[in-house]
Design a protein around this ligand. Structure first.
Ligand code: IPM
Ligand code: MG
Length: 360
């Protein structure tokens, strides 16, 4: 029997609730497909700050490095907003991404037929949407140096970050996008701001070089402002969207809402080898934490991505996704997706319905 070591990072806000639900489903599916999952829970984000005053304790990073895959829920809480940057929950996640060199963030956006009316866009606009955002995750303005804050002579303060990419970093992430596009509709749209930024000009040159080496893939470029507009105007035009860290952060939230709720969107963050990190695109939603209102589906779908990509248990992954689809089809919704004609379920009850669907 195949055995896998999974580090669970429940984090903050709704994190622990959605983790509990997802873990039960993973236990269920592992029995069904005869593999063993050994879970180890570790601290990250605000919950880690409370217990260790460090958003990414050393032992969490160590456990992650020794695992087969990491499944995280969400981190962050407004109560840490005024702490210095190194003590904030988000810093824990950024350190984890860079500590494991998870440079490739894959965010698939697909429309679930049952949710076609849940989007704020008209059904005919979103019907054929099936895209993947490939976001560079360990470089760009998130990590660029110099950064910081200085006093200005004569008064005032200046704060600054640096958006930088090396040719190697750009090549590495575009490689992933070209490989992925080859398994799909063979189209890449690279998103940058090359009309203004030097870093984007280099980005565009390197991606163009990659395209020469991959003549079977159609490459187009969009400036990020235009891409943001095209995403709501005609999102079905996109197959693979390749972009940097900051633009990817923004574009992927926008793309998530095409599906009706950011509560539906999973993601994978990968290195060439070593364990990957699987996490929902949404945040910790502190306003609805501990109210049994959260939508656990993005985390469940992240678990499915983990089964498929990290553990190569693709049948189990497909079964989990099918169970989610069945429950949505039957008309069950969490609050974020509710409309008058559907039945509202809490986080825990949504998990139970999906479990029943798995076993039927
Ligand atoms: C995301 C999040 C993170 C990011 C935050 C929580 C640091 O918004 O995964 O998209 O900005 O990358
Ligand atoms: Mg984000």
């Amino acid at each position: 029997m195949n055995k896998y070591k999974i580090v669970l990072l429940p984090g903050d806000g709704i994190g622990p609730e959605i983790t509990k639900v997802t873990k039960i489903l993973l236990e269920n599916i592992s029995k069904k497909f005869s593999f063993e999952l050994n879970f180890e829970e570790q601290l990250i984000g605000g919950s880690a700050i409370e217990k260790t005053s460090n958003p990414l304790p050393e032992r969490t990073l160590k456990a992650c490095k020794e695992s087969d895959a990491i499944l995280m829920a969400a981190i962050g809480d407004p109560k840490y907003d005024n702490l210095p940057r190194e003590k904030r929950p988000e810093t824990g996640l950024l350190q984890l991404r860079s500590g494991l060199e998870l440079f490739a963030n894959i965010r698939p956006v697909k429309i679930w037929p049952s949710l076609i009316d849940s989007s704020s866009l008209r059904p005919e606009i979103i019907r054929n949407v099936d895209l993947i955002v490939v976001r560079e995750l360990t470089g760009g303005i998130y990590f660029g140096e110099p950064k910081g804050r200085i006093s200005i002579e004569g008064g005032g303060v200046k704060a600054f970050n640096t958006m930088s990419y090396t040719s190697g970093e750009i090549d590495q992430i575009s490689d992933i996008a070209f490989e992925l596009a080859r398994t799909r509709r063979k189209k890449i749209c690279s998103v940058d701001k090359a009309n203004v930024l030097d870093v984007s000009q280099l980005w565009r040159e390197r991606v163009n070089l990659q395209a020469k080496r991959n003549p079977d893939i159609e490459l187009t470029h969009l400036y990020v402002d235009n891409a943001a507009m095209q995403l709501v105007k005609d999102p079905a035009q996109f197959d693979v969207i390749l972009t940097g860290n900051l633009f990817g952060d923004i574009i992927s939230d926008e793309a998530a809402m095409l599906t009706g709720s950011i509560g539906m969107l999973p993601s994978a963050s990968l290195n060439i080898d070593g364990p990957g990190l699987f996490e929902p695109v949404h945040g910790s939603a502190p306003d609805i934490a501990n109210k049994n209102k959260a939508n656990p589906i993005a985390m469940i779908l992240s678990a499915a991505m983990m089964l498929r990509i990290a553990l190569k248990e693709s049948e189990a992954a497909a079964e989990l996704e099918k169970a989610v689809e069945a429950v949505l089809y039957e008309g069950f919704r969490t609050a974020d997706l509710m409309d008058q004609t559907k039945t509202e379920l809490g986080c825990k009850e949504m998990g139970e319905k999906i479990k029943n669907a798995l076993n039927s």
